[in-house]
Design a protein around this ligand. Sequence first.
Ligand SMILES: [Mn+2]
Length: 320
Amino acid sequence: MITSDAIKIFDEKIRAANTIVLCAHKNPDGDALCSVLALAHLIELNYAKDVICTYDGNIPDNLDEVPFRKKIRFFERIEDVESVDVAIVMDYGIARNIGGPDKFVSMADFIIEIDHHINDEKIGALCIDDVNAAATVEIIYNLMIAAGWQYDLLVLRLIMTGIITDTGFFKYVKHGDVMRIVADMVDAGVDMQRIINDLANKPRKTVVTEAASVGAAEFFFGNKLALAIIDATQYKRIDGRGETALGLLGQIHGLDYIVLLKEQKPNQIGVSLRGRHCPVDKIATALGGGGHEFAAGAVVNDTLENVKKRVLELFRKEIK
Ligand SMILES: [Mn+2]
């Protein structure tokens, strides 16, 4: 539910602002990237203002074809920003997920957050949050409609891309609301086939590397849990979260849990957890991360070996 008060504050702050910065979580996924680009385009259309879109980490190659992809810039490439009037932080979860763009956020006179993650330590002076939304782009769609903003097919394409990626191609949908939005967007002319085809756009090295990590996966607890590793050398060849590896492992009959450990740097391990019928969010939280019930993750600063031990220990308690 987006209140008229929230829309009023949003409107006043954007109208009065000269420098507006938009960002989401580090290593943006489809929802994070498309939230930033959709809202940026909506602000341009409705307020005739240019905004700064920035990110930290890597953007997966399968998002190359999203509209306005080139508008978002790596935070270190953005210079000459001395003050920020409004920062809009989207799809971020917890503050430390923002990464480099935090320097612009902490400079801002006013922070707006738009998010669907559960978060007790909100950073926004204005929070347009909805933990029931399937994706942050769903909140942006609702905001756009509630505010009566003008929009175009490019905005809808971005919103559809965010919904498709964050719901795992509709697998994680819990509320019909998002499907009604999808239906309206299809009626408005959004080409589903094009969006889904564009998302299948990975470099060969990525698919080959992720398939190799699946080939070397280990199985634990009576084949209930699969654990695959992407080491530092392989990490350079993969794409974002390792969705191909997670997707392949997710097709194995009888598995309850999937763990993917990615050695992003020495002593910095990205942990992706997936559960089939079995929740994994509490384990992600125990590792200092978070996410959704059946798809969660963390970044742990320790060696690959130690993180593997720790993750298996947490699952051992969960499974027993
Ligand atoms: Mn999201």
